[in-house]
Design a protein around this ligand. Structure first.
Ligand code: 13P
Length: 346
């Protein structure tokens, strides 16, 4: 592997005012979101929606990289231009999700283990030849009174680290994504404890499996109260808890942290990222940005509804969320920005 190239790629992905757009929903997840809005769950509908996203005018002003899915990296615009070319021409790096999903973990009721290591080395060669520059693997950790178990945390951390080493060997920058879910009635303090334990296990494994920390990006959850927790902490409390947790657990050699949104209301996701960048700007050793799917795409999908006539308005909504999150990445997001959908580059 060419280490300097990997370092340059990782740094470019989190540089300046930019973040990542995750559009790597598996077909079942994408279909579920389509079904809720009455959109047909066909390959053509998924292709057409992906075309809308990657052809959004000006997307490259705020987005450094997009994460694709196996089906999507092979798809093209209606006129035959491969998505990878459309994305690259827009000044955006294509990446690819390479895990094959979080499955029920044997012996661990209610917990998941992410699969996809078998044959990964060969798949990485193919993705790299198709133009991918970076990859993603997501581990899922659920909180209840009795879980996560040590077994689940360690197995997922080991898989993430083995995935990351294989990617670096193939010349691809791994995004390491441990997602502690928001589902449940747990408090912010409990999410803090679990996230800290998960991150410690992951960095131990990354070290043991010889992952170059300079050549990766961490994609964690924010530290949040569960969606059903009666106490919903303020934006500042969430920002402080998340940053305290990350400052303790994430080595300074990691070039960037790019959050998942995890189902947070999209305006809150922007406000929280903004508060972290504002309040901790001088104390952070890494770049702090976004790698959102729902918190960028959801309004656009709701406007599109599968109708070509709505495509331009949906693209405006997508552009708007990308712009808001880009501002948040710089600590310059204000809620008033939300009233100004549609105007390109002010
Ligand atoms: P969300 O931002 O919708 O959580 O998606 C991020 C992601 O890539 C999940 O794997």
């Amino acid at each position: 592997m060419n280490v300097q190239e990997l370092i340059d790629t990782a740094r470019t992905l989190v540089a300046g005012n930019k973040g990542l757009l995750a559009m790597d929903e598996s077909n079942p997840t994408c279909n579920k979101r389509f079904a809720r809005l009455g959109i047909p769950q066909t390959e053509e509908a998924r292709r057409s929606y992906r075309e809308l996203i990657v052809t959004t005018p000006g997307l490259g002003e705020f987005i450094s990289g997009v994460i694709l899915y196996d089906e999507t990296i092979r798809q093209s615009r209606k006129d035959g231009t491969p998505f990878v070319k459309v994305i690259t021409d827009a000044g955006i790096m294509p990446g690819i999700k390479v895990d094959t999903g979080a499955k029920d973990m044997a012996g661990h009721t209610g917990e998941k283990i992410t699969e996809g290591l078998d044959g990964l080395r060969t798949r990485l060669v193919e993705y790299s030849q198709m133009g991918a520059r970076f990859t993603k693997w997501r581990a899922v950790i659920t909180i209840s009174d009795t879980i996560p178990s040590r077994g689940c945390i360690e197995a997922n951390a080991n898989a993430l680290a083995r995935y990351a080493t294989l990617c670096q060997e193939a010349g691809l920058v791994p995004i390491v994504e441990p997602e502690v879910l928001m589902d449940g009635n747990h408090t912010l303090e409990r999410c803090f404890e679990v996230t800290a334990e998960v991150l410690r296990a992951i960095f131990n494994q990354l070290y043991t499996q010889r992952v170059a920390l300079e050549c990766m990006i961490l994609k964690p959850n924010m530290v949040l109260p569960g969606t059903d927790c009666p106490k919903q902490d303020s934006v500042e409390e969430v920002a402080d808890a998340t940053m305290t947790c990350l400052l303790r657990a994430v080595p300074a050699a990691v070039p960037g942290i790019a959050f998942l949104s995890g189902g947070q209301p999209y305006e809150l996701a922007s406000a929280r990222l903004n508060a972290m960048n504002l309040r901790f700007e001088t104390r952070m050793p890494w770049a702090l940005t976004f790698s959102f799917s729902r918190a960028i795409q959801q309004p656009a999908l709701e406007i599109w509804k599968g109708q070509q006539a709505n495509a331009a308005a949906a693209q405006q909504a997508l552009y708007h969320r990308a712009r808001c999150n880009s501002a948040a990445r710089l600590g310059q997001y204000r809620t008033e920005m939300e009233n100004n959908v549609g105007s390109r580059s002010s």
